[in-house]
Ligand binder design. Sequence first.
Ligand SMILES: Cc1cc2nc3c(=O)[nH]c(=O)nc-3n(C[C@H](O)[C@H](O)[C@H](O)COP(=O)(O)OP(=O)(O)OC[C@H]3O[C@@H](n4cnc5c(N)ncnc54)[C@H](O)[C@@H]3O)c2cc1C
Length: 449
Amino acid sequence: MDKARDSHTDLSRHQAKEVIIIGAGPAGAAAAAWLARAGHAVRVLERSHFPRFSIGESLLPRCMQHLKACGLMPYAEAGDYQPKTGAAFTRRGEHRHIDFRDKFSDGPGTTWQIERADFDQRLIEGAREYGAKVEFGVTVNGFRAAEGNEGPRLTLEDGRELEAAFVLDASGYGRVLARLESLERDPRLEPRVALFGHVHDGIAGLTPPAEGYHRDNILIASHPVHPDVWYWLIPFTHGRASLGVVGPRELIEATGDDSENSLNKQQRLWQWVNEEPRLNELLRDATPANAVQSLGGYSADVSRLHGPGYALLGNAGEFLDPVFSSGVTIALESALRAMPLVERELACTDESQRPDWASEFEQPLRRGINVFREFVTAWYDGRLPDIIYHPDPHLRIRQMISAVLAGYAWDEKNPFVSASRRRLTALATLSASAHDTRQPAARKGKIPS
Ligand SMILES: Cc1cc2nc3c(=O)[nH]c(=O)nc-3n(C[C@H](O)[C@H](O)[C@H](O)COP(=O)(O)OP(=O)(O)OC[C@H]3O[C@@H](n4cnc5c(N)ncnc54)[C@H](O)[C@@H]3O)c2cc1C
């Protein structure tokens, strides 16, 4: 076949078929909206029926740029969510606050705390309004990568087989292509367990009122004795909040018996909450709003984020840890970075025009993920708490840390992005000596009296 005819065949093959997206979470919805708005044929296949519960409720300000870029901002804004301006930290009676509006990097400094059932439904509805076809209750369980002139093929649980122009795996914890293409690899983070549920938090009605804590902050509390156990409190609107505790399995499951029933998990969660004075005080009038769930071993990674005719987005590729709420931001970042490349894939008429997914997608995306990984590692090994609880932080450095925690982990101008490990270690050493001078008991892991 001559080159011109071959190119024509290839082009018409792409024009005739759709980009198929596995999963309708934030990564899938953002990709679908972007492509549909650009006039491409898109089909989203989603295993569950929306609205469905999902964990991952505290966004980072960087997300606001993503939502704008894919056209989903008006749909998200209609959700009337709890604004978020920063993160509050508490440990053994010490309180710190990082305000995302006061940060090193350019970009929005506020975002939302959202119930994902509602948020995800709004996003995928937006994508649908832009023209994406969305099928719920459809599970993808088979895959064959693109080969020659054949596009990638998906097998569905209902027996259908679909050929796509390109496949985006946004299946989150479903990890469809990681499993089917044997891409899974060690996530390089310790396995941990989270126990979480929603509460009617009762904070607004507290008498006396909750001093110094505002709903527009995620609260990250450290256990007074176990430094590797921490809690989140993420207030929503209407007096509801998400509450969770994270730690090593042997500790988290040591409370209560091993029964899987939700009552037992509820008791375990509250037993942990009772051990942290600040949360215990804030939630003294709280009542459960749903069943408590647990999730373990959620950190995950893959050997590569792309292959012939496909790319992996969001949690379907790499997921780190919940501590700095980076999950949805990374999911959206990956979708937005992949979109121009997918568009070039669809337009390309011969191999020489194909994007280089390794250098144009995976490497730059991973650079920011690695920054978050450094921060997560520094949180658990104690360097980051030393920095956060420094009694007299340097303003500019605080703004640099604030920028990363606000999601600007790809801003290479920030020294805590370009050299995160070195900077965190050096700063933690300085901070630790400040703590040593002021609080020797705390450094030894004892609770100050
Ligand atoms: C304990 C915990 C707390 C967290 N807290 C936060 C937080 O505060 N903020 C934050 O940003 N992130 C948080 N995260 C991370 C967040 O949950 C994820 O990063 C985020 O949901 C990833 O989005 P996604 O679009 O990649 O995948 P998901 O949101 O998981 O969406 C994937 C979709 O794919 C569908 N699917 C799966 N398998 C198949 C299949 N075979 N066929 C078809 N469809 C399929 C699923 O039903 C799902 O709807 C937390 C994670 C954990 C574990």
